[in-house]
Write a protein that binds this ligand. Structure first.
Ligand SMILES: [Cu+2]
Length: 126
């Protein structure tokens, strides 16, 4: 009898454990994995575009990014778009950037319907 009870407990524990794994998986929101120019980096030449790689697929209609200069003024001509062939990527096409510090502010909706946001800076060298 003891053996049977132990077995039942074990299967219950295993069931709970796998349930927790499932829950943890469904909370895998889209976070910035890496970017180009890299987060916190200094580039010698003004980039023509910024690329953001996320950990999950994004909903294009509700995922966007903006670029601000050092005075926190929005660079209006910088336009962000989720990549058509890779929905984990946002591309921001840029006008010619003068040397200085720029902040990229992103807000995305992943396909699991969770919104995440964040920002980082990079520098364009003189
Ligand atoms: Cu999520």
């Amino acid at each position: 009898l003891d053996k049977l009870v132990t077995k039942r407990w074990l299967s219950l524990v295993l069931m709970l454990a796998s349930a927790f794994v499932l829950v943890a998986k469904s909370f895998a929101h889209a976070f910035l994995d890496h970017a180009l120019p890299a987060v916190g980096s200094t580039v010698r030449e003004a980039p023509a575009e910024i690329k953001l790689w996320f950990s999950e697929k994004l909903e294009p209609a509700f995922s966007t990014a903006e670029v601000e200069d050092a005075a926190r003024r929005k660079i209006a001509a910088a336009t962000a778009k989720v990549d058509e062939t890779d929905p984990t990527v946002i591309r921001i096409s840029l006008p010619r950037l003068a040397p200085g510090t720029y902040r990229v502010v992103w807000r995305v909706l992943s396909v699991d319907t969770h919104v995440t946001k964040g920002d980082f800076t990079f520098d364009v060298g003189p």
